[in-house]
Ligand binder design. Sequence first.
Ligand code: KIV
Length: 272
Amino acid sequence: MSAATKDIKRITTHILQQMKQDGEKISMITAYDFSMAKIYDDAGVDIILVGDSASNVMAGHETTLPITLDQMIYHAQAVVRGVSRAFVVVDIPFGYYQSNPTKALDSSIRIMKESGAHAVKLEGGKEVKEAVEKIIASGIPVMGHLGLMPQSIYKYGTYSVRAKEEDEADKLVHDAIILQEAGCFAVVLEKIPATLATRVSADLHIPVIGIGAGGGCDGQVLVSHDLLGITKDFNPRFLRRYLNLYDTVKDAVVRYIGDVKSGDFPNENEQY
Ligand code: KIV
């Protein structure tokens, strides 16, 4: 955590806005359970996202589509219990906001009331404008998400870089402005060219958080399981792995199994 934000008891949308104005980069990471969220919060991360990537990394689904609102609330409740400083954002899962703004508001109210989180996130621009406005009118902060939107994976057919062509880039710029005007406090840009993300970050007055969108954004987010090396087969260019936890954990469990089999564990000091 930086010197400027070290003494802050709780990160708020207002502080995130101030960080953008001051040029202080915003750190964001995903979490899905109490224990890990507590570690990330103690480390001083600014935003914790209870991402619908839980569908992939926690439940083992191929996409984010199957996770339910009840499951997201369960993860969010656990995360909120572990966090005292970070701002906690929860993804509204696929199918719980697209059909109409009232459904979007009802889903958001359930997330806020039942989990104690601080904001919700949803994917899309113009298509979700009314939903965003309705949620914000009820007092719930909304984070937008543009570029690669994993809930639309079957529309794209691929997880490759988005908005490389002029038409899609123009729509993204337009959508980012729509989200800002609708009242979003921040926007995530996923897997788009760095030049485009830099331009959007400069154009918007709200913070822009990038994932695979280059260093010109106001902050960065990574899926914790990728950053820690728990996932092994996901190796996009944008990912920096800070640990190889898959092998570390596996080695520890292999040693434990060996000790149990050989009778070395438990020893005399490890029994009553
Ligand atoms: O669900 C998620 O983890 C996300 C991040 C990739 C931004 O939306």
